[in-house]
Each structure stands twice: as C-alpha cells, then as structure tokens.
Design a binder for this molecule. Structure first.
Ligand code: FAD
Length: 484
C-alpha cells in the first residue's frame, strides 16, 4: 500500500469503465483525487464549441456521480494545466499523476512539457491509451511510415489484436476536503438565450447513456446498418459519436461488444455480420482520422494536398450565412443545417452533402464549414472533423476527387426517397408531393398554391443554380491543377 495520493486527470475520457488511468490509480492503492480541468485558455481556436460545452456539463455531472458511488469526489478547476496540475499535485502531496492521452496537437505539446516538469519534481507520471483502438504511431506501413489511404490502414488495423476493455474499479479511497469549483458556475449551459432545448430533447450525456445506446444499437439496428446507414430519415446509425468524443465510452468497448455480436452470429454471419463489420470499419475511419492528425498536425488548418492552398475561394458572407441557417433553397441541404442547429448532430450522408454544397456550389473555404461544425456539433472532434472536411473538399488524404460534385437534388431523391427527413426539418415544405419535394422551384404554380407555399416568402429560391455552380467549381479546380 502506497500512502501518497494518486492524482487522476480526466480529459476526453469521462468514464469509469475501461479507463486505464483510473484503473492504474485503483491498483496503486493510495487515496485517489480525480480532477477535471477546464483548459480552454490553452486551446487557441480549438477550445470547446458551444454545443460541446453543453454536452460537457452533463458529462461531468454524470462522471461526478459515478466517481461519487466509488467514494471519490470529482475536483473541478479552471485555467492553465501547466500551473494548476503541479500546484494541485503539490497541495495533495501526490506521489503519482496519471492521465489518458489526447491527440490534439496543442494538447500533445502541452502534455509533453507537463510530464517532464512533474517528473522533475519526483512525482511518478504516466499516461495511457483510452481513446483509440491503437496508438496512431503503432499502425505502420511495412516501411515503418504512416498511412494516407484508408483501405490498407483498415487492413493493417484488423491484423492487430485489440486489448480487452477493463472493468470499472469497484472500490477506491478518495481524499476528502480538496477544494473544487462548482460546475454550475462554469456557465457551460447557455442561458440568455437558452438555445439548448433541442439538445436536451435529443441527448443524454454520460457513461450510462452511452452504454445504453451501444446496447440498443447492437440489439435493434446493427443488422440493417450496411443497407440503411445512408438514409437520414431512418434511425439506423449508432449516434455514439458524442459519447465517443467525450470518452464516455471507449472504442475498445464498442469493438468488443460488436465482436461478441459477430460471434453470436456463428460461422455464417450473413447480412448481420456484413453490417457489423461495416460498423467496425466506420469506427476505423475515426482511428484513421486520428492517425492523419497525429502525423499531419496542421490538418485542421491547412489542406493535406498543398496545391489547394491556392484555390480561388469566395468570401460571399451572405451565402455563408444562408448555408449556416439552412436557407439555401436546396431542401436536403437546408434540412441538414436545421437538424444540426436544433440537435447538435447531423447524419453522416447529410454532413457530406452540406459540406460539398458549401465548398463546391458556394466555393466557400472548407475551414469555415469546419469552424461552424466545431461550434454547433456535440460530437465536434478535431481529428474527425478536419479529416472529413478535407475528404469532402478533395484536398485531404484518400479524398473524394474534387471534380466529383454532389448534386443536392439527386442526393436528396436517392437517400430521402419518401421525403421523411426533409418534411421533418422543413415543415414549410411538408405538403409538397415527393415528385417536387427536393426541387420545389420546378413545381408548377398550381401545385405550389395547393401546397400553400410561396417560394421566396415561405421557403427560399435556390441560392445558386447547381449546374452553373458545378461548372464554376470545375473551372476553379482547373486553375490549381494547371499550377500544380
Ligand atoms: P455510426 O455510423 O454509428 O458510426 C460509428 C462511429 O464511427 C461514429 O460514432 C464515429 O465515431 C465513427 N465514424 C463514423 N463515420 C466516421 C467518419 N466518416 N469519420 C470518422 N469517424 C467516423 N465525426 C465526429 O465524430 N466528429 C466530427 O466532428 C465529425 N465531423 C464531420 C464533418 C464532415 C464534413 C463529415 C462528412 C463527417 C464528419 N464526422 C464527424 C464523421 C461522421 O459523420 C460522424 O462520425 C457520424 O455521422 C456520427 O454518427 P454515428 O455515431 O451515428 O455514426
């Protein structure tokens, strides 16, 4: 038994199960102090966005409850980790400081310095992996390099064994009387105005809710995932992304539960098995995004393909505002942007459609869309957001070619054929028949009248003509191709 307390620094790992830092602290046997540090001040442009702050409040409340059940109080502090962590370690006489690693470039640089500074004071410092199936440096090409293409990355990933998740520690000893700030004082929840009603109705942050969501998905939806995951009108994906982002559930837990599901399918897994593997492959896209961010730390700001730095972008503020607020006149785009605003989440297919529209139909830089998503998504994640924006824009690793431009009408008709999704988020168009739902400007005047719609008043006319916008985008792309 070691007497000097262990300080566990929680970050994007807000859970007690499969939490190696907490597990190691419990094993060490000494009293445990659990800390969450609101370190926004060090994050630059990448501090928690508005929707993430809302989520964080609920997630911390949930974590405090789970730790409390185990006799440990969650200590909250705000400020610079470089000052607070050594000070708190000194205050409690910590013999060890443990945390789980994060991979945002600013956190890597800061944590490295902190680790050294703490170690120099004689404290045992250790960091662990809680956020990924494998460390981004562990998956390597045969030549020992990093991957820029998903398929070989996924193949390499499948050849590695995934560590089994560890259970939550049952009994720990806490250290009483450590001063903590009050969660409600952090102002993470919006007040004036309170825009979070839709988020509250849609989500329950926290570890228990995350486990419940995974269980329900594996029981009810995974079988149809491969066929239905592209249909935004159906509830056919796991919606685990914000839980994974905040580490309320870890990818090893998702992997292990899905593998158990696969084992239950027996030797001829059929459609259900194909679907479950497709789901695991999506989880691998998350890993790939972290792999890219780790090896290309400028990914959130600069195009992975350098010739795109010279792309002739537009600075049309009115068009950007219309996109943000779902007023482009293209129903599937507007439905998506309204779903995002109302719930803090957006279906993957529609993320691709709205991103393509911003970057290709409006020629607005992907970084602006990335920043809007950063503020409005509850799952805003530096790696997945940056990698995905670059992927859609054609400037990223293994990206969709720039010249492959989504037609928002055809995408809507293909993936929302019955119009459920558009009707849900654009009730003003609900009375239009399917034949014109995704192209209201082509509806005959009489049909519009019967549906009670005046275009330009109840719903906007298209902001751009897609065919012309497409030609303009291809011409812009030619400019950088010539120069490359
Ligand atoms: P499921 O289909 O159930 O997939 C399971 C998990 O796999 C997800 O929770 C997620 O962690 C991971 N995943 C699935 N697809 C991807 C993908 N393409 N890239 C990386 N991980 C993936 N995802 C984020 O978590 N945060 C972001 O900030 C983010 N920004 C995006 C921006 C754009 C422009 C696009 C096109 C995609 C973005 N994605 C982002 C990826 C993807 O859209 C979401 O992860 C997914 O929609 C989340 O829903 P789900 O949990 O139901 O996913």
């Amino acid at each position: 038994m070691t007497a000097s307390p262990t300080l566990v620094w929680f970050r994007l790992d807000l859970r007690v199960s499969d939490n190696p830092a907490l597990h190691a602290a419990a094993e060490r046997g000494a009293p445990v102090v659990a800390l969450f540090l609101l370190d926004d001040a060090e994050a630059g442009a990448w501090g928690f966005g508005g929707a993430q702050r809302w989520w964080l409040h609920g997630s911390l409340a949930s974590l405090a409850g789970s730790l409390g059940e185990r006799g440990v109080e969650l200590v909250l502090r705000r400020g610079r980790a470089a000052e607070i962590l050594p000070a708190l370690a000194g205050e409690i006489g910590a013999g060890a400081v443990y945390w789980n690693r994060c991979y945002e470039p600013w956190r890597i640089a800061r944590d490295r310095r902190l680790k050294q500074a703490l170690a120099e004071t004689g404290v045992e410092v250790e960091s662990f992996n809680a956020a990924l199936l494998h460390e981004p440096w562990a998956v390597q090409t045969l030549q020992g390099g990093s991957y820029g293409v998903f398929t070989p990355f996924w193949r390499a990933l499948q050849q590695r064994a995934v560590a089994a998740p560890s259970p939550a520690p049952s009994a720990m000893t806490g250290l009483r009387g450590v001063e903590s700030e009050v969660l409600a004082d952090w102002g993470l929840l919006p007040a004036k105005p309170d825009w979070a009603g839709g988020l509250r109705r849609t989500w329950t942050p926290g570890e228990k809710a995350a486990e419940g969501r995974l269980g329900a998905f594996l029981q009810q939806a995974v079988e149809g995932y491969a066929e239905e995951r592209d249909r935004p009108g159906l509830d056919s994906t796991s919606r685990l992304s914000p839980h994974l982002h905040f580490g309320e559930i870890g990818p090893r837990q998702v992997w292990a539960a899905t593998r158990r599901f696969l084992e239950r399918q027996g030797s001829a897994p059929g459609k259900a098995g194909k679907s479950a593997w497709k789901f695991l492959a999506e989880l691998a896209w998350r890993e790939f995004s972290y792999h890219l961010l780790f090896h290309h730390p400028a990914l959130p700001e600069q195009p992975w393909r350098p010739q795109f730095a010279a792309f002739p972008w537009s600075d049309d503020e009115a068009a950007f505002a219309a996109w943000c607020h779902g007023r482009t006149g293209y129903p599937v785009v507007d439905a998506g942007m309204r779903q995002l605003w109302a719930t803090g989440w957006l279906h993957n297919r529609v993320r691709m459609i709205v991103a393509s529209f911003l970057v290709k139909d409006l020629l607005i830089p992907w970084q602006r869309g990335e920043a809007w998503f950063w503020d409005t998504l509850v799952d805003a994640d530096l790696a997945s957001n940056a990698a995905s924006w670059q992927w859609v824009s054609g400037c990223g690793a293994d990206a969709a070619p720039y010249f492959r431009i989504f037609n928002p009408v055809l995408q809507g008709e293909k993936f929302d054929p019955g119009g459920d999704y558009v009707r849900r988020w654009l009730p003003e168009l609900a009375a239009l028949p399917d034949s014109h739902l995704h192209r209201p400007w082509e509806a005959p005047a009489e049909l519009l009248r019967r549906s009670g719609i005046v275009l330009g008043r109840d719903y906007p006319l298209p902001l751009v003509d897609h065919r012309r916008a497409r030609e303009r985008a291809l011409a812009a792309f030619e400019e950088i191709r010539k120069e490359a």
